[in-house]
Write a protein that binds this ligand. Structure first.
Ligand code: FNR
Length: 369
């Protein structure tokens, strides 16, 4: 099998068709002053679509809630100016033959007061904790929960209205939805806390509200992870049985495609099988799954010291990826840093022009185009 037969096969699911299997991973850039995507943002995504990516998932976009943002200059998915900016991004990507989904994001307790927009609003989370045992923010009331659920639904409806091809809900990496999933940050004793089924209630309400807002045929992707930015070794599920019990209700609530965030896509998720997290997810749910983590690079993206500056990496072989795609272990693969360094990564790989690929270095983020 070649890259041509695997990565460059079209993808078809119940709700989404793509020209190939390559997805651009969502990557925050902090380059939208006033939370509005500008001409440079249009050019940045256009270039990746021209470079052959099948589906672009945008950087995290903040939903319409005062505590959603945790970082400066991240784009919003609400308000006339931001939506007009995104409409231009969508148009550019479509003109270049690509498809695009916004990542809908609420950072939860990772937020610190002062980050715009939101002013002095503290971090909001299930129990006020961004990390286990440390209360730094506001424990959400039922009213807060309802407001955030509605904000995700509104973001999804607006995304559909302005021409996006799908939405991705950010349920990973220790941000708000994951703060509900994770027992380390969810100590609630109401219907949103307790076992993993109860801790999933918030996500299930968001998925159901998004599904109701976009109708039956619009693709909903859910990104989730075992690891947390607060603890790389954290896990939501220790067995395939537990994973199946976690994901089944999310699929039933309306998730079409699972985006399974790992740092190294080739690592087995559970003992006794080679399947990675996406492989298990596909097998257990029957839904398409996206794998991610160090594709085409010789390092994973998170530094061991947790300092937050993402790791540099040299181009690396994708033979193992091709073998796994040939076995249909997972359906799609997301590429992150390699696509920052090489906007035309997909076209280069398709042409077999691996020698032209350049390394990723974090200095690229500052000058990124
Ligand atoms: C990320 N990642 C990320 N993930 C996410 O779900 N939402 C986001 O906004 C971001 N932001 C972000 C910024 C930057 C600069 C990097 C490098 C990463 C994680 C990203 O989507 C991906 O999972 C990892 O980068 C792993 O893929 P690679 O880079 O190893 O291919």
């Amino acid at each position: 099998m070649t890259a041509q037969d695997t990565l460059f096969r079209p993808f078809t699911s119940d709700t989404l068709t793509l020209k190939n299997r390559i997805v651009m991973a969502p990557m925050t850039r902090s380059m939208s002053p006033g939370n509005v995507p500008n001409d440079k943002v249009v050019d940045y995504y256009r270039r990746r679509a021209e470079g052959g990516v099948g589906l672009i998932i945008t950087e995290g976009t903040i939903v319409d809630h005062p505590a959603a943002s945790g970082y400066p200059d991240v784009p919003a998915i609400y308000g006339a100016d931001a939506l007009a900016g995104w409409a231009r991004v969508v148009e550019a990507v479509h003109a270049a033959g690509g498809k695009i989904a916004p990542q809908l994001w609420h950072v939860g307790a990772v937020r610190r007061p002062g980050v715009a927009p939101g002013g002095d609003t503290p971090g909001y989370s299930p129990s006020g904790m961004a990390r286990p045992g440390k209360v730094t923010g506001h424990a959400m009331t039922q009213r807060d929960i309802d407001d955030v659920v509605a904000a995700f639904a509104k973001g999804a409806a607006d995304a559909k209205k302005i021409g996006f091809d799908a939405v991705e809900i950010h349920g990973a990496h220790g941000y708000l939805i994951d703060q509900f999933f994770w027992d380390g940050t969810n100590a609630r004793d109401d219907a949103y806390g307790g076992d993993l089924a109860a801790r999933s209630r918030f996500a299930l309400e968001i998925v159901a509200a998004v599904r109701a807002a976009v109708g039956p045929d619009f693709p909903i992707i859910l990104r989730y992870s075992q690891w947390k930015q607060q603890d790389y070794s954290a896990r939501l599920c220790d067995t395939p049985e537990a994973l199946g019990a976690f994901l089944g209700p999310l699929a039933d609530a309306g998730v079409d495609i699972f985006h399974c965030s790992t740092r190294r896509f080739w690592q087995p998720e559970f003992d006794g099988s080679d399947l990675n997290l996406a492989g298990w997810t596909r097998k257990l749910t029957g839904k398409p799954a996206i794998a991610v983590g160090s594709v085409g690079l010789n390092s994973d993206f998170l530094p061991e010291d947790g300092t937050g500056a993402f790791n540099a990496g040299e181009p690396a072989s994708i033979d193992n990826l091709i073998e796994r795609m040939a076995r249909d272990e997972f359906d799609l693969v997301a590429v992150g840093r390699a696509l920052i360094a090489n906007p035309d990564w997909a076209n280069r790989v398709k042409a077999g022009d691996f020698a032209a690929l350049v390394p990723y270095d974090k200095s690229l983020l500052a000058t990124l185009s």
